[in-house]
Write a protein that binds this ligand. Structure first.
Ligand code: SF4
Length: 198
């Protein structure tokens, strides 16, 4: 880790962290090679809900904002349906900040290289509720067995020793709901559960 990365991780406020990371030419993993923009987040850092996805897609890479493609639009729609304002009530980020080629899952090495940024994000935002969108976010934030089925944990509050006082809930990834529209109702129920706790 070089001095710039150390300074990013030492940021004492979210705006400082965000500004430093968004302009940093991070090359800690190979994903830097294909990126147009390093994507830090989208939404309100003062919100009590932090949602974590997998990584930027093509639209996010192009625009430099998290969840602004088809999945993001579906997510916003479902949040609004449950009374959560995506611009006011949520901050959305990803496990990796640079787009994996062909939208593949980030490798363990890539995610491992990027996780210190996510951990600092969580520490600075200190959300009341942390929603983990999909298996990759659940795997890396909960450090659980990657083979463990999402269906066993999705929609349930999980205790995480390193995140005391935080409600942590694995959720479906909106891209999964796009592919499986019958899961939309279940996802809405989970978001209602979050809304009730906010
Ligand atoms: S994915 Fe993360 S660790 Fe890899 S180059 Fe981008 S910001 Fe750095």
């Amino acid at each position: 880790m070089n001095k710039v990365q150390a300074a990013i991780l030492a940021s004492r406020s979210y705006p400082t962290f965000r500004q430093r990371l968004s302009v940093h030419d991070c090359r800690l993993c190979g994903l830097h090679a294909g990126r147009t923009n390093l994507v830090v987040d989208r939404g309100n850092p003062a919100a009590r809900l932090l949602l974590i996805g997998e990584g930027p897609g093509a639209d996010e890479d192009r625009l430099g904002q998290a969840f602004v493609g088809r999945s993001g639009r579906l997510l916003d729609q479902m949040l609004l349906e449950t009374g959560i304002d995506p611009a006011r009530d949520v901050l959305i980020a990803n496990v990796v900040k640079c787009r994996p080629p062909e939208n593949r899952r980030p490798t363990r090495e890539e995610a491992g290289a990027c996780l210190p940024y996510l951990h600092r994000q969580i520490a600075l935002v200190r959300p009341k509720i942390l929603g983990l969108l999909g298996a990759t976010a659940a795997e890396h934030v909960l450090s659980h067995d990657p083979g463990r089925k999402m269906s066993k944990i999705v929609g349930n509050c999980v205790e995480v020793e390193s995140l005391p006082g935080m409600v942590v809930m694995p959720l479906f990834h909106p891209a999964y709901v796009l592919r499986n529209p019958r899961k939309r109702g279940e996802m809405l129920d989970h978001l209602m559960g979050i809304m009730a706790r906010l």
